[in-house]
Design a protein around this ligand. Structure first.
Ligand SMILES: [Zn+2]
Length: 432
């Protein structure tokens, strides 16, 4: 099938912040075959023509999420991370069923699609049910099977073997990919992290873990081992291959140098880090050093949203406050962190930009709104998107050229029915 999209402008999602006014985008067999000014486009032939009045963006890529945690949204308001986990989240998760995960992920996936997020990296229980959920909504996911020493879960070696087997059985069609998600160095024995990393390298899988999220986590490990968390991971052969470290808030120059040396990517989660008062990650220093960085929402119980576009603005704001400089992160760079840079960070060069050869994940934002005026030159569209835009203006979304949101409504599943189901399950999990 061939499609020709035309729009007032296309935002490419590259580092430079390229905006193409009066643009056309051609899609064939779910891939982009042409992107540029409509006036220069090749003959559309028999392609289906989709003329949108607004701006086309690449589908946003959420580099770190535990989306089924919509079940716990708003719970434990005001608690710091350690108490939040121990007193509220873990007791509820102990009662969680695979059906709960699938329903919650389906609802969360709709929420993300409606906000223009077409791909998310998920780390949560029942990974095969997360895959089933995005199969229903039509989104994409990289699902890192969690490794955690919790009561009622199999031995860690068994969890790892299951994670590898699950990844091997996936169809490899670009919709769902599995990785390995050893939770963190402060929750798992180091030999388990080393074995998980070796397995991920052997099979080319994403290894996704939390690193240096809070100051306390690093101090405890430093006191025990005499090394920072990144140095500890390097010393135990955890780095190398396709590693994605969520957070990396409490890292110094030496740690960032290790990230560069081993090409470790960072999933930067500004909203979660702010809400839990974890700190502000040194994003400018990471980018200047050539470390790959993508933006993540983290779970919707610590954000509390899955609204990546809102986090783009927050990332730019916090980077500027941290550095005391209005140029510490430009609007173009901030948007790139949720698109092209995020795709690079998760090791998926087929996503994240409107560029020939990539997958046709497209988001139409209605810019017929005062929030998007005035546009005196093409880059103003991107500036408005970051500083005054809102995901509420996302009108239509296509994944691989297939429509999944039309006029603000998900076309693949019933969002209203899911909301009621999530509310009921969340009440059950909370009542214990
Ligand atoms: Zn997380």
């Amino acid at each position: 099938m061939r499609q020709r999209f035309t729009a007032r402008a296309v935002v490419v999602g590259d580092r430079a912040g390229t905006v193409v006014p009066d643009a056309a985008v051609d899609v064939e067999d779910s891939r982009l075959t042409w992107v540029g000014p409509a006036a220069d486009a090749p003959d559309a032939g028999d392609a289906e023509v989709v003329a949108v009045p607004g701006v086309l963006l690449p589908g946003l890529v959420n580099a770190h999420s535990h989306a089924p945690m919509v079940l716990f949204r708003g719970q434990a308001e005001g608690l710091p991370l350690a108490r939040w986990l121990r007193e509220v989240i873990w007791p509820r998760e102990a009662r969680l069923t695979p059906d709960d995960v699938e329903v919650a992920m389906t609802a969360a996936s709709v929420e993300m699609l409606r906000g223009g997020v077409t791909t998310s990296v998920e780390m949560y229980f029942s990974p095969e049910r997360i895959a089933a959920a995005v199969g229903r909504t039509g989104a994409r996911a990289v699902v890192a099977t969690p490794l955690l020493p919790l009561p009622g879960m199999p031995l860690l070696a068994e969890q790892l073997a299951d994670a590898v087997a699950l990844a091997a059985a996936a169809p490899g069609d670009g919709a769902v990919e599995y990785g390995i998600g050893p939770h963190a160095a402060y929750t798992l024995p180091l030999p388990v992290l080393r074995d998980a990393a070796a397995a991920a390298r052997e099979h080319g899988l994403l290894l996704h873990l939390h690193v240096a999220e809070t100051a306390g986590e690093g101090a405890d490990l430093l006191a025990t081992h005499g090394l920072s968390v990144p140095a500890l991971l390097a010393a135990h052969d955890v780095l190398g291959g396709r590693v994605l470290a969520a957070h990396s808030v409490h890292v110094d120059d030496g740690d960032l140098e290790l990230w560069r040396e081993y090409d470790v990517a960072v999933a930067h989660c500004p909203a979660s880090n702010a809400k839990l008062a974890s700190g502000i990650a040194p994003v400018r220093a990471m980018l200047d050093r050539g470390v790959r960085v993508g933006l993540g929402t983290d779970g919707p119980a610590s954000n509390d949203g899955l609204d990546l576009l809102a986090d783009v603005r927050l990332a730019a704001s916090l980077a500027r406050l941290r550095e005391g400089s209005a140029t510490a992160l430009t609007a173009a760079e901030a948007f790139w962190l949720a698109t092209g840079a995020a795709a690079d960070a998760i090791g998926r060069p087929d996503l994240g930009q409107l560029a020939v050869g990539r997958r046709a994940d497209l988001v139409h934002v209605d810019v017929r709104d005062l929030l998007f005026e005035p546009v005196l030159s093409p880059p103003d569209v991107l500036t408005h998107l970051v500083w005054s835009g809102t995901s509420r203006l996302v009108r239509d979304v296509w994944v691989g050229g297939r429509p999944v949101v039309r006029d603000g409504v998900c076309t693949t599943v019933d969002a209203e029915e899911l909301r009621a189901d999530v509310a009921e399950r969340a009440a059950r999990l909370a009542s214990g």
